[in-house]
Every structure is written in C-alpha cells, then in structure tokens.
Design a protein around this ligand. Structure first.
Ligand code: SF4
Ligand code: SF4
Length: 504
C-alpha cells in the first residue's frame, strides 16, 4: 500500500478522522496481531459457547415447539415455550422494552462489554473469520501489514471456507423463522420450488460474505447505532478499558538503561545495582506499539476513550505481556473507570443505574403479570356487516355477529358460548360448538335475539361467556342494536321467512 503521508501533492489532514482512513481518504486495512492472555482465553470460551447456543437453539423443542421460532407467515412467535400471537403486541412491546432497558443498565455499569464479548460481529470476526484467515494467510496473517501477499490458492481456499461458513450461518438464521424441519425439506428440493427462501439464502450469505471480507470493523466504527449511543449511555463511573496515563507517561522507548532501572525498581534500595533516575524521565509505557498492533479497530488506546473502542481487551493482554517481560506490574491498560483514573472513588449505584433498574423492574413485572394472567383463548366479538338488526315477526330483535376465537392452549378445545346477562336473551351458534386445534383461529356466526322491551334507546348490552371444555376463558360485552320505539319496530317488521330459531 502506498504511504500517502509523504506525498507532496497531498495536504495533511487537519485532524484524525477515522482509525481506518489513510491520509488520502483510502481505506487502511487492519491486520491485528493476536495477543494471548487471560482475556483472550475467556473471550474465546464465551464466543464458542454463544456460537453453540445460536446453532442448536432451533433444534431444541420446548412443549413441542422450537425454543425460538419467529414464524412471520403464520404470525406466531414461539419463545422458550411461550407463544405470542398478533393479539400479543402489547406483551411483545413490554418484552422488547425490558430488553432495551436491560441493555442500557448493563452498559451504564459495564460499558461496552456486549461489544467486546457478545456481539455477533465480534464473536464471528475475531473467533471464526480471523483465525481462518491467519491459518490460510500463514505468517502474513499473524499481525501487521503482510510483507508479500499470500499465494493465490491460499486466498481462494480461504474464500471458499468463508462462503461455506456464511451459508451455514444463513441456514441457521433462516431456521429461526421457518423451523429446522421445513428448512430441511426445502434443502432437499429444487430452489424453483421455494424461490423466496432461495433468494433469501443467496442475498444474506452474500451480505455476510461482503462483511467477512470487506466491511469488517467498519460495522463497529461507522454503522452500528449502539456504538453511536455510547456517549449518552456511559458516565464517569462506567467500566471502560483505559490506559493509565499517570503511570505510563512520559512514555519512552526501552533502552538498556531503562530496562535495567525497571528491573531494579521492585528491589529494596540497598540491593539495587543501578540508580532509578532514568525512570523519573520515563513512565512504564515503553512505546512498543503492541497495544496498537493488536487492536481490531486500529486505534491507540493511549489517546483516551474513543468511539471506535469495542472493549475487546486485546490491548490489555498485549500490554500485560510486555509489563511481564520488563518486570513491571500488569494493568497499565486495564478495566477501570474514569473516576478511578482520576483518583476518585467509583460509584456503582448512581442515579442513572437506579432509574434503569426501577424502570426495568416495573416493565418486566408488567410483562410477567400480563403473561401469567392472559387467557388460554383470544375472543373478539365482531358485528356482522349489513343491517345492524332485524325485527322478527314475533316482535323480537335479532342481531347477527361473529366471534373470532383463537386457541392459545397446547391441546385442542371445544368452545361453548352463553349469553349470561341479562336473562331473556337467546343465543344460537351456527354450526354448533367449534373445536379448535392448538394455535388455530376460527370465526363462528352467532345470532342474538331479545324482546324489544329489553332495549333502552335502541341498545342492549349482552354479557357473553366463552368456555372451553373446562373453564371460562373469556367474558365479553356485546352491544345489541335495536329500534328506538315500538312504532319503529313495527315499521321494520320482517317477513316470516327471515326468522331464525335460536337453539339455546
Ligand atoms: S483499544 Fe483495546 S479494547 Fe479497545 S478495541 Fe482496541 S484493543 Fe480492543
Ligand atoms: S503495549 Fe503497553 S507498553 Fe506497549 S505501547 Fe501499549 S501501553 Fe505502552
């Protein structure tokens, strides 16, 4: 890559814009060095656990349904044994709000721990794609700008493996929406039999491939909305990864004298063989550049907290290794807070944490209450189109309506409907009591009939009770319409053949 820094035809930029921009505005490709250490070990454990969970979740069944199935076509979401139907929008909104508040609270307490440890971008980029790249690129992939490009066959093989992984990821992702059985059936058939799914697989795997090969850290740096919100979600007490300037500065390269002085520093004064004067001129940072070389977003943590820092802790492992080598205590770069760096006592419990915790408790409690108290059936009364009422020859008023019933239970049920109040209203269900399979929806036509005398100014509120085989599942009030006066009723009297005989 051409170094544009010395190009006399270009003016130097007035300020640093992005860690991945060259001076002429072109992309600076990053080849982060792998720094081994305890944080890398534990991040690897977490990453593989998350990958395993993501891959097996669609295969796990709870109450006969996949652990997570977002069936958009049938408008049913199954989440860990709970089924959400279109009528559960409020419940889903509460659940989503709880998730957002949880993220806000975790960010206020632990900073960008999600970005560095749990985000799919970090997990797959750092623990799947980059290790594969290092494997195929050989030494060129071990960190720093490669001296010479890897052989063409290596690059080709790398992209083949990348695409196989992207295809796998896309299939697992699709399984969350259609279920593994359906996906398996589709996989055995011709793409022409299910073109939409085929186009989806092709488009998403291509997008993933673009991300794995080209876009990479740009997602964190320029695209992710969560990253952009850090300035409002964090405060001085939030956990961040930071360089201890008071200990590290003034930085200076490690010469022979400084190395000796650093090694002697931990010994008692009487046992030292060299003076420590040189250390008054230099802090612990030996300006080795390891923390910059290992950073997957290409920043220098020594310049302070930056938007591009995803909290991956690679610079901690890199710097601790250096500190070990030069005999200085670890932690020049560490998990800390701005308050602690300024020498003030950090506070975990602060107003914003209380507010998030209180809101989260209220919203999640409301979600649990609504979830545990929701009925095993959804019942919606709907007035039939056309004339609101019919006056029968007998003088009674007939209203026609429909009752939409959704069986939310995991077993079939037969539903009965009764007009409980006021006494004297007769109800007949066309086609008898319906039986609904789990998750099934049916509309049943119902005739309601009541004497004119029961109406007040043309209205009569009727309480409908819906029962499944065992219990009352819903109570609804339906307002019957009728004529205002008996004179109106006589005028609108219907011929005998319109009269229907209620059954119950
Ligand atoms: S500065 Fe450190 S923690 Fe932040 S992204 Fe770079 S290596 Fe990771
Ligand atoms: S790794 Fe540590 S010693 Fe080396 S440059 Fe970074 S902060 Fe300084």
């Amino acid at each position: 890559m051409t170094d544009t820094h010395d190009n006399p035809n270009l003016l130097p930029p007035e300020e640093h814009v992005l860690s991945t921009l060259e001076h002429d505005g072109s992309r600076r490709w990053l080849y982060p060095k792998l720094s081994k250490g305890p944080y890398l070990f534990w991040r690897r454990v977490v990453a593989w656990a998350l990958i395993a969970i993501f891959t097996v979740l669609p295969f796990i069944k709870i109450n006969g349904q996949p652990a997570i199935l977002l069936d958009i076509l049938r408008r049913e979401f199954h989440i860990f044994g709970v089924t959400f139907l279109p009528t559960d929008t409020f419940l889903l909104a509460l659940l989503l709000l709880s998730c957002f508040l949880g993220i806000f609270m975790v960010t206020a307490l632990f900073g960008r721990v999600w970005c560095g440890w749990g985000c799919p971008q970090t997990v797959y980029m750092e623990f799947v794609f980059r290790p594969i790249e290092r494997f195929f690129d050989g030494r060129a992939g071990l960190g720093g700008k490669p001296g010479k490009p890897p052989a063409a066959w290596r690059t080709f093989a790398k992209y083949v493996v990348f695409y196989a992984i992207c295809l796998h990821l896309t299939h697992v992702f699709l399984a969350y929406f259609v279920g593994v059985e359906q996906l398996f059936q589709w996989s055995l058939g011709s793409p022409l039999n299910h073109p939409i799914a085929f186009i989806f697989i092709f488009a998403v795997s291509a997008a993933l491939m673009f991300h794995a090969c080209v876009f990479r850290e740009q997602l964190c740096i320029v695209a992710c909305p969560y990253g952009r919100m850090q300035s409002v979600l964090l405060d001085d007490s939030s956990m961040i990864i930071s360089y201890d300037e008071s200990r590290g500065e003034p930085r200076g390269k490690l010469g022979k004298k400084k190395r000796q002085a650093l090694q002697e520093k931990s010994k008692p004064e009487t046992e030292r063989s060299v003076g420590l004067d040189i250390l008054q001129l230099h802090g612990d940072c030996i300006d080795c550049g390891e923390c910059v070389a290992t950073c997957p977003t290409g920043i220098d943590i020594r310049q302070g907290l930056q938007l591009e820092c995803v909290g991956c802790a690679q610079c901690i492992d890199a710097c601790d290794t250096i500190m070990n080598k030069i005999g200085r205590p670890k932690g020049l770069i560490r998990y800390t807070s701005q308050q602690a760096l300024d020498g003030k006592a950090g506070r975990i419990l602060r107003p914003r944490v209380f507010v998030y915790a209180a809101l989260l408790t209220v919203v999640f409690a409301a979600f649990l209450f609504a979830l545990t108290n929701r009925s095993m059936a959804d019942v919606t009364p709907i007035r039939e189109k056309g004339r609101p009422f019919v006056v029968l020859e007998s003088g009674d008023i007939l209203n026609q309506m429909r009752l939409k019933i959704v069986n939310r239970d995991r077993v079939p049920h037969t539903y009965t409907v009764e007009a409980s109040e006021p006494a004297g209203v007769m109800l007949s269900m066309q086609g008898g009591s319906p039986t609904l399979e789990p998750g099934e929806t049916k509309s049943v036509s119902i005739d309601l009939r009541a004497p004119f005398e029961m109406f007040t100014t043309g209205r009569l509120d009727v309480r409908l009770i819906v029962r499944d085989d065992e219990q009352t599942v819903a109570e609804e009030v339906f307002q019957m319409k009728g004529p205002f006066t008996r004179h109106n009723a006589e005028e609108q009297n219907e011929p005998a053949n319109t009269e229907r005989t209620p059954q119950s």
